[in-house]
Design a protein around this ligand. Sequence first.
Ligand code: GLC
Ligand code: CA
Length: 542
Amino acid sequence: MSDTWWRNAVIYQIYPRSFADTNGDGVGDIAGITRRIGHLASLGVDAVWLSPFYPSPWADGGYDVADFRDVDPLLGTLADFDELVAAAHGHGIKVIVDIVPNHTSEQHPWFREALAAPPGSPARERYIFRDGRGPDGSLPPSNWESRFGGPAWTRLPDGQWYLHLFAREQPDLNWTNPEVRAEFVDILRFWSRRGVDGFRIDVANSLFKDLNEPLRDVVVIPKGSGLEDIAANPDHPHWDRPEVHEVYREWRQVFEEFDPPRVAVAEAWLPNDRLVRYLRPDELHQAFNFEFLRCPWDATAYRRVIDASIAFTASVGTVATWVLSNHDVVRPVSVLGLPTGTDLNAWLLSDGAEPPADVELGRRRARAAALLELALPGSTYVYQGEELGLPEVADLPAEVLQDPQWERTGHTAKGRDGCRVPIPWERSGPSLGFGQAPGWLPQPPGWAELSVEAQTGDPGSTLELYRTALRVRREFRADESFAWDEKYDEGDVLAFTRGEHVLVLVNTGSDPVTLPDAEVLVSSAPLSDGTLPADTAVWLRR
Ligand code: GLC
Ligand code: CA
């Protein structure tokens, strides 16, 4: 593969705790990924992105990192990691790891040192410690909120407060401190030397904060995503500060030290006009397309998002990405089976009862959406289980929930565990082939028939749809051209051409439409009488 492999790749996201467990402790591990590498090879993915596997107290599913240069003993060893990289590379699969630069775990040696050190000490300067407001300093230094609910500041017994944009266990680093900058450059080199091919940058739009005194309060948008926060606070004191770009320019030079150059994808919930700055030629290579992820099942909305995504990425010489889900969002099979605009948080709180999701409809649409995104020019990120058509597990009992949002919001947000349930590999066994014991979250009844084993060889299965689509996609993916088809693209039907010969149609409406006479390469549902049924996508060869 060339240096530009990432421009049209399919990248499979692994959430390691929930992928495959080899030692029967109920937690997925690195050796499990190696053992199951054949699945990824037969699926036909180009790369895997591993969510954090680093030593962690798991206060935020591993995104609270205590040591950025090791593997959590619960998940294995560095030797296991090296074996995984070798196995993946042996199958031509690249490996991308997750870099979490905004914060560390409270168990990181730096933070422990900071807690033991007095206010004003160099150890505290690696993080963001401030005195509180009010006569006795008992009010937080600003009204900033944690993304997981509650204040973004926690007070220590000595009276100072420290900043954490996420859980209390995730103190924010001070990115104006040269030591912090040097540390992350070193971490990037560490993993690059170990053979990783790229990095996913966690909350890439955070890092810097406007800490000029007095700290500025923000307009708080309850339960809003970063997108809504920015809309309400265009000069936001802690999202998307301009200084962050210097860091990515420096990192890009580090990536270029290696052969082939390492690549990076940004996680940044920002509007396109701001996101584009992270993708300038001397910064990061690509960014997740969250507008696409949030797009409702509506042709007009898709047209707008697709046009905008292609245009803004092309303006900086890169490609768009296409994303339906990840470890932070409700699975698309469920979302697309709910009425558009359903409050997903309220839905989760009702254990998925109010309103009930039409899973059959949702899966039908998710399969069509997969053919849509896999046909678009650029790269596609597939989250584990998406290829099996797994729905959200909305009714996990409160006792098993581990997402910090559940406690931090006083049980008003259930959080993201429902998309992190261990995936089913086989029809039987205590965790359906995930491991030799029940997994760390229970699998719902009915998942045996969604297992890799059950779907393999069944031409109507979601797994075989993905396998076919990934294989056929290789024929036209290198050609980045894209054009709406003048004849067929209309109303509820999306139609576009890719490469010289491929015509893609997606019917988001409720009536069947007549298909042109052409060879069917793959369709998301059976076609009948030369028509494309409702909620169905097809790739044709002209
Ligand atoms: C990112 C991760 C999410 C994590 C948060 C804090 O959004 O995807 O899982 O909780 O960053 O690190
Ligand atoms: Ca294990």
